[in-house]
Design a protein around this ligand. Structure first.
Ligand code: AMP
Length: 541
């Protein structure tokens, strides 16, 4: 029997219509040098309609790709609203990638228009001559357009382009399975891979973000998206915020700890999200220069493993509760959120909170061993996590990578265990697990312990070749400002926490752990530095 239900497509335009009318008084704050500038969702909706009119005028039609090369700001949000709602595809380019990668990605996606912040023009101008499909560049705010000397694209001012365009538009009826937006991830092999989110996946994912088993976002929230809008759609915050009428706080390019702390204490967001390295930097700043963080009811930390010591430090010293979450560009990105079951004491909650979290109803997970067999979800068996669900990608855009997919499941490349009640604990990326004499050592576990030492600001552990054991851990450590600690002391500290054979012999003290384009520890760079001999390594016997 077919259902009697209406078949109304789940679309970004539905979220936009609702958000900009019913929640029209919701606020978008963008950080600037002179304090925050503010707009309502109603205003943003009107400007999004004007942007859509302007893009139509430039010839954007069908599923043309409109790229953004922007910070987190109001205009970027307007592009998030306008582009999918007019039936085109929003492509958020990562401004921190190497130029060669941006060029590859923009050409692969066949971007037709690039919307760019004036402050980022110097970066884009260098690449533009090699962007072979871009017809138009639209510049937001002041920027030196004389830098654009080559390439085929015409250059426009955002403000001039939208001026005079109608402030309302009939958004296009879409098939909910059509692409609304795309992001590229770096693949394990070959070039970066494109993930195309559908209207349907964005709608369902936004609902999950607003559930308690997601981020619990509601109209009472002011959500600070520190996570870039080019990193997996700012983890779904913009659309979810519009869906429920939560206000959005956008830091633009003011991402250093000091302006971030000021933005938080002045504008008082209730919620914030970013990768652990952002919070590690903010913690050091707050410890030295305390400011008021009490507005934050919850801070979601994901993108890489959140050190438990970071969670404790924020909670005990600054009254901020951190919630750990796991996800991937391929999973929209919400995969799991470590909300503990209700009714537990703080002590009972802790093992749940330090895990990667609970897989929600929309994300089914299974564990697979190296020989492809299914492993039990008993909390101890460790295997590769595979997931499926309505906001998990089934393939990459115009790029076969059969190794990443397995009978309709996405192979995450993450290794860990699942409990019978659905909580995920990751021990490593499969390529980061250290295989020492036939046994596995979790680099994440060693890092978490090391970052729990009071003298350690950051620590990253990688496997390096070893004649006797095949591979052994190398611990790279950034010492907290004003503190001192030796390799011997750290070895003794670890010896009390993990099995003796897991304790590294090789130690390197470094000024900063190299970071990827989205602020994660870049272990590839550390391995390379070790192989080239550019790290000063102490070897303890
Ligand atoms: P990306 O698509 O660039 O965000 O990278 C996704 C990858 O980041 C995942 O496959 C994990 O390896 C890693 N990751 C994300 N969140 C976590 C987390 N909470 N703990 C450990 N690893 C994580």
């Amino acid at each position: 029997m077919r259902s009697t239900m209406q078949d109304v497509p789940l679309s970004v335009a539905t979220i936009v219509r609702h958000g900009t009318t019913v929640h029209g008084s919701g606020e978008v704050l963008t950080c600037t040098e002179e304090g925050a500038r503010s707009a309502t969702y109603a205003e943003v909706g009107r400007r999004a309609a004007q942007l859509a009119g302007a893009l139509r005028g430039l010839g954007v039609q069908g599923d043309d790709r409109v790229a953004t090369f922007m910070w987190n700001n109001q205009e970027h949000l307007e592009a998030y609203l306008a582009v999918p709602s007019m039936g085109a595809v929003l492509h958020t380019l990562n401004i921190r990638l190497f130029p060669d990668q941006v060029i590859y990605i923009a050409n692969h996606a066949e971007d037709k228009v690039v919307l760019v912040d004036g402050s980022l023009l110097p970066l884009l101008a260098k690449m533009l001559p090699e962007l072979s499909t871009v017809d138009h560049v639209v510049v937001n705010g002041p920027g030196d357009t004389s830098l654009i000397t080559g390439g085929r694209a015409q250059v426009h001012s955002w403000q001039e382009l939208i001026a005079g365009q109608p402030e309302a538009v009939d958004w296009v009826e879409v098939d909910e399975r059509d692409a609304a937006a795309m992001c590229y991830t770096s693949g394990t092999t070959g070039g970066p891979k494109g993930v195309a989110y559908s209207h349907r996946s964005i709608y369902l994912h936004s609902m999950q973000i607003c559930m308690r088993e997601g981020f619990g976002l509601s109209s009472a929230d002011r959500a600070l998206a520190v996570v870039p809008m080019f990193h997996a759609m700012a983890w779904g915050l913009p659309y979810a915020a519009l869906m429920v009428g939560a206000s959005l706080h956008l830091p633009d390019r003011f991402l250093a700890p000091e302006p971030l702390a000021r933005f938080i204490s002045e504008e008082r967001p209730t919620f914030a999200a970013a990768v652990p390295t952002v919070w590690t930097g903010l913690l050091a700043h707050l410890d030295a220069t305390p400011s008021d963080m009490t507005s934050l009811r919850e801070v979601v930390v994901g993108g890489s493993a959140c050190p438990p010591a970071l969670m404790q430090a924020f909670e005990q010293r600054h009254g901020v509760r951190i919630t750990h979450a796991w996800g991937m560009t391929e999973t929209s990105p919400l995969g799991s959120v470590a909300q503990p079951p209700p009714g537990l004491s703080a002590e009972q909650e802790w093992p749940y909170r330090v895990s990667q979290g609970l897989l929600p109803a929309g994300v089914t997970g299974r564990l697979v061993g190296p020989d492809g067999t299914r492993l039990p979800h008993d909390g101890t068996s460790v295997g590769e996590l595979e997931v499926r669900g309505p906001w998990v990608t089934a393939s990459y855009y115009r790029d076969d990578d059969p190794e990443k997919f397995h009978d309709g499941w996405l192979r995450t490349g993450d290794v860990g265990s699942l409990t019978p009640d659905g909580y995920l604990t990751l021990t490593d990326r499969s390529k980061d697990v250290i295989k020492s004499g036939g046994e596995w050592i979790s680099s994440v576990e060693l890092e978490n312990h090391l970052m729990g030492h009071p003298a350690v600001a950051e620590a990253s552990v990688v496997g390096v070749p070893d004649d006797k054991w095949g591979e052994r851990p190398l611990a790279t450590v950034v010492v907290r400002e004003g503190a001192t600690v030796s390799a011997e002391e750290l070895r003794a500290f670890l010896a009390g926490l993990v099995a003796g054979w897991q304790v590294p012999e090789r130690w390197a003290f470094i000024a900063e752990v190299p970071k990827t384009s989205v602020g994660k520890f870049d272990k590839k760079v550390l391995r390379k530095q070790y192989a080239e001999g550019s790290l000063e390594v102490t070897r303890l016997s």
